[in-house]
Unconditional design. Structure first.
Length: 165
C-alpha cells in the first residue's frame, strides 16, 4: 500500500457534522450511510502488520483455506466501522465510550467488498449520578454490498445532554 493510495479517505470526517445530544437519541433514531471499498492492498497490509494469518496475508494460501480466498481481519472490519461512523452527517457530543456489550463477525469481508453502516438506538437513559449526561446504547451493523451484515455490535456511550434534566 503506497503513501499516495487514497484508501477511501478512511480518516475523513463529515464536513460540519450535526452535534447529537442525549435528547436527540429517541427510541426511533436511525441513521445509515457511508461507502468504504475494501481493497486487496489494504487487507494484505493490515494482515501483515497486525494479524499475520495466511488467509489475511497470502492469496495462494488463502485460496486453499476454508474461506476460499483472502478475508479481512476482524480488527480491520472494526476499524472500517469507525471510519464509516466518522463519515456520518451527525456525531454525538461524546463524553466517553463505555464499551461494547457484543460484537459479532457474521460474514467474512473480502477484497472488493463495499461496506456501509447502519446505527439505531437500542436504549437511552439519563444518568442518575450525572444528570447533565445520558447513557445511550446503539445497535450498529456494517453491511456489504449485498446487504449482508459483516459486523454487528451493541455499543454504550455517555453523551452530553442539552440540559441538566
Amino acid at each position: 500500500m503506497s503513501e499516495n493510495e487514497d484508501m477511501n479517505s478512511p480518516n475523513r470526517l463529515a464536513a460540519d457534522p450535526t452535534p447529537l445530544y442525549f435528547e436527540d437519541y429517541a427510541a426511533d433514531f436511525k441513521i445509515a450511510g457511508g461507502a468504504y471499498h475494501v481493497s486487496e492492498a489494504l487487507v494484505l497490509e493490515f494482515g501483515r502488520r497486525f494479524d499475520p494469518q495466511p488467509f489475511h496475508t497470502d492469496p495462494v494460501a488463502a485460496a486453499k483455506s476454508r474461506f476460499g480466498g483472502l478475508i479481512a481481519p476482524g480488527c480491520l472490519t472494526f476499524s472500517i466501522r469507525q471510519a464509516l461512523y466518522n463519515q456520518l452527517p451527525c456525531r454525538p457530543v461524546l463524553v466517553a465510550g463505555l464499551g461494547l456489550e457484543s460484537l459479532d463477525l457474521a460474514t467474512p469481508v473480502r477484497p472488493g467488498d463495499v461496506l456501509s453502516l447502519k446505527v439505531e438506538v437500542e436504549d437511552s437513559r439519563r444518568s442518575k449520578s450525572r444528570p447533565d449526561t445520558g447513557i445511550v446504547t446503539t445497535r450498529q451493523s456494517v453491511e456489504n454490498q449485498n446487504g449482508e451484515p459483516v459486523l454487528t455490535m451493541l455499543a454504550k456511550m455517555i453523551v452530553q445532554a442539552r440540559d441538566a434534566g
